[in-house]
Design a protein around this ligand. Structure first.
Ligand code: GAR
Length: 216
């Protein structure tokens, strides 16, 4: 019997309560999941994600923007901190800041973000509020690869959630998060086990098909 390949190293960046982080940690308890969370980095001392990570015995780091003289220095500190965990995948799970060139240059192509709307509709910091204000009847969540824009990267996976007439931002976000937790965990697992291929804007699971020259 052959041993399974080693689980892919995932580092999670989070600013919030950490429910998505928790879902990924729980999914990763199964060896067959193919990935494990090896570090959690937050930009806030009081992010709920920190307590969830500590409870699971996962190393944490806090890199607060306020502790740096400039945004550029903070970006570099985030890149350095991520690198200490040697990630194969970086997951933004409710990380409410844009990442700058130092992080994108080092980890670009393997940074995944989850967003509470069906992109390209309603990008930005208020995806749920904006969908409600826009009168959407269906919204949902999107898992994307991160590029230099705001929620503009190629879409890896999506799931839809119906908007109810009496929804508030908080009731709708709570229903989206239930769906999102499952979607993100499943997507990270598939990316870890199967790899992924980007062709233009399209992302498919699975390694790129080798060209005849590469095969020979
Ligand atoms: C999630 O709904 C995620 O999509 C959203 O923050 C929530 C984090 O929940 N992210 C964004 O809005 C990014 N633009 P959590 O802290 O409970 O995991």
């Amino acid at each position: 019997m052959t041993n399974p390949p080693p689980a892919r190293r995932v580092v999670v960046l989070a600013s919030g309560t950490g429910s998505i982080l928790r879902a990924v940690i729980e999914a990763a308890r199964e060896e067959a999941f193919g990935a494990r969370v090896v570090g959690v980095v937050t930009d806030k001392d009081d992010a709920g994600a920190l307590a969830i990570a500590r409870e699971a015995g996962i190393p944490t780091a806090v890199v607060r923007l306020e502790d740096f003289e400039s945004r550029a220095l903070w970006d570099e500190a985030v890149a350095r901190t991520l690198a200490t965990f040697d990630p194969e995948l970086v997951l933004l799970a409710g990380f409410m800041r844009l990442l700058g060139a130092p992080v994108l240059d080092r980890f670009g192509g393997r940074i995944v973000n989850t967003h509470p709307a069906l992109l390209p509709a309603y990008p930005g910091a208020h995806g749920v509020r904006d969908a409600l204000a826009g009168g959407a009847k269906v919204t949902g969540c999107s898992v994307i690869l991160v590029d230099a824009g705001v929620d503009t990267g190629p879409i890896v996976a999506q799931a839809a959630v119906e908007v109810l007439d009496d929804d508030t931002e908080s009731t709708l976000h709570a229903r989206i998060k239930e769906v999102e937790q499952v979607l993100v965990a499943r997507t990270i697992g598939r990316m870890a086990r199967e790899g992924w291929t980007v062709t233009g804007r399209s992302v498919r699971f699975g390694a790129p098909t080798p060209t005849p020259e590469e095969e020979s």
